[in-house]
Design a protein around this ligand. Structure first.
Ligand code: ATP
Length: 224
């Protein structure tokens, strides 16, 4: 991708996606609209760094993301972290995207996060380096407030210094700002979906039918 000043930002959406669900899809779709993103690159984690080992293989999580995002021209899927088969950390992932043969140094990149993930940011490997590489856009999520007064001190300071109210400013630099955006509030989590599937309950309408069919065909999430 060439380096062009003023180019519309590219959204980067990393996650475990174990499995991908409508909360993720609405977050990405509404971020694209609210923040005027050129597109969203979905990046399923290989081995997530900060959580227990997922119940299904990385390849299966990747395939479910491919099925869920198929047909949306704004969405693309990056398989590199899954293929690398090592723990996934956001800073090295963004450094990879900043290579000249990927997005380059100048294009604005916007890392998309739910509020729960943002609140836990100080636990991330080299988290302060994220701001040299991308902007952050934080989506409201049911049960998780974005409240500067409740954040860990280091993150509250960072939020205070970097917050900007206007998403239009994201085009003015490649990285370094924090924006928040409202999205349709969907209290859907992969944890709840796994529990439903394991107990024989219906997860229909919480995730795309194509993904649910894949889960059934491969006998995923038999126990919780
Ligand atoms: P789990 O329940 O296993 O922790 P999850 O549903 O939170 O999974 P992840 O793959 O961990 O899904 O999330 C990827 C990203 O999507 C995170 O930044 C998370 O905050 C965000 N996210 C997930 N579900 C929602 C939702 N319903 N609303 C807003 N953001 C969400």
């Amino acid at each position: 991708m060439p380096e062009q000043p003023g180019e519309r930002p590219l959204g980067i959406f990393g996650g475990t996606f174990d499995p991908v669900h409508f909360g993720h899809l609405r977050l990405a779709e509404e971020a694209a609209d609210s923040l005027d993103l050129a597109g969203i690159r979905w990046i399923p984690a290989g081995q997530p760094a900060l959580r227990e080992v997922p119940r299904v293989t990385a390849g299966q999580r990747l395939e479910m993301v491919r099925l869920a995002t198929a047909g949306n021209p704004r969405f693309s899927v990056d398989a590199a972290e899954v293929e690398a088969a090592r723990p996934s950390y956001s800073v090295p992932t963004l450094e990879r995207l900043r290579q000249a043969d990927a997005c380059g140094r100048q294009r604005p990149l916007v890392l998309l996060l739910g509020a729960d993930a943002f609140n836990g940011l100080p636990k991330w490997h080299r988290w302060q380096a994220l701001f040299d590489l991308a902007h952050l856009a934080v989506a409201h999520r049911p049960g998780f407030a974005i409240d500067a007064g409740q954040l860990p001190t280091s993150l509250a300071r960072c939020y205070h210094d970097r917050f900007c109210a206007s998403p239009a400013l994201l085009t003015e630099s490649p990285a370094g700002r924090i924006v928040t955006f409202a999205m349709t509030q969907l209290a859907i989590s992969a944890t709840r979906i796994r529990a439903l599937l394991a107990s024989g309950g219906s997860a229909r309408y919480l995730l795309p039918d194509t993904v649910l069919t894949y889960i059934r065909q491969h006998g995923l999430y038999p126990e919780y």
